[in-house]
Ligand binder design. Structure first.
Ligand code: ZN
Length: 277
């Protein structure tokens, strides 16, 4: 399916991490002035804010608080470590609710000192423990599968099928999935699993960036859309075929791009969004 490009930024959301040099105040002002309509706030951008004031700043600029990133990192070899992760994610739920964001993204975690299967069991246990609080707070937890290169220590949930299966097993209205092209573009079952995700009502977030060749840093060398090999528009087509009509979130960790003048970078992001998303 060949989709037409976007003509405006009504569905465009930026992660504060994308323009890392900017504070929350700067990001809010710059995104709004650029016609961007949504913001996903990484928790460290809330440091030093009274949460109601952050909520007002975002709303008064005309931005939607799309989600908060992130909770998770659940697996640990000690019960104390696992409890700390649950407690911290509970605080992240509260932060999301306080700034008016309906979604909290979960990077589920993994512990290289134990089998993956045990990490996966612990993730399911932790998510299950958090769901009642999330529901009472009006916040949906979005499990984000991460590329398998992070299976050692960032996420033992590595495919969309695993995330869909987890949602099936827990069967809870406050549990959903975030699809990020960076993590999932390589999966031969991607279209099928995206359609399943949408059909099941789990598809709640869509993150875009690109995959550079060579990638010189596993964490902080993501590409701007169009700089790499991910068929972003084709995947957006699948996401829309699955019924998703929410924000397209530009999430780029890049030491290289953070070194640019961020105003110029935002201009490039807008151009890339229209051309490649
Ligand atoms: Zn993401």
């Amino acid at each position: 399916m060949s989709l037409p490009p976007f003509q405006n930024f009504d569905r465009c959301c930026l992660h504060t991490m994308t323009t890392k040099p900017w504070s929350l105040s700067q990001a809010v002002a710059k995104y709004a002035a650029a016609g961007i309509k949504g913001i996903t706030v990484w928790r460290q951008w809330l440091d030093g804010w009274e949460l109601p004031a952050a909520r007002r700043a975002i709303a008064e600029a005309g931005l939607a608080a799309v989600s908060v990133a992130r909770g998770g990192f659940f697996p640990a070899r000690t019960a104390q470590g696992r409890q700390q992760a649950i407690d911290d994610t509970r605080r992240a739920v509260d932060e999301a609710a306080a700034i008016g964001a309906p979604l909290l993204v979960l990077v589920c975690g993994a512990d290289p000192g134990q089998p993956l299967a045990e990490s996966r069991r612990q993730i399911e246990e932790a998510v299950s423990a958090l769901l009642p609080h999330a529901q009472a707070s009006g916040v949906t937890l979005a499990v984000e599968p991460l590329h398998p290169m992070y299976a050692n220590d960032r996420s033992a949930i590595n495919t969309l099928k695993q995330a869909n299966d987890l949602c099936d097993r827990l069967a809870h209205p406050s549990l959903a999935v975030a699809v990020d092209v960076y993590h999932l573009w390589w999966d031969p079952d991607l279209r099928e699993q995206i359609l399943r995700c949408g059909r099941s009502g789990y598809l709640s977030a869509f993150h875009v960036c690109d995959w550079r060749t060579p990638t010189v840093d596993f964490l902080n060398d993501r590409g701007l859309m169009g700089e790499g090999c991910i068929p972003i528009r084709e995947i957006r087509g699948w996401v829309e075929e699955a019924g998703f009509g929410g924000f397209i979130e530009v999430e780029i960790f890049s030491t290289r791009l953070w070194q640019m003048d961020q105003d110029q970078y935002l201009h490039k992001i807008k151009h890339a969004y229209l051309q490649y998303v």
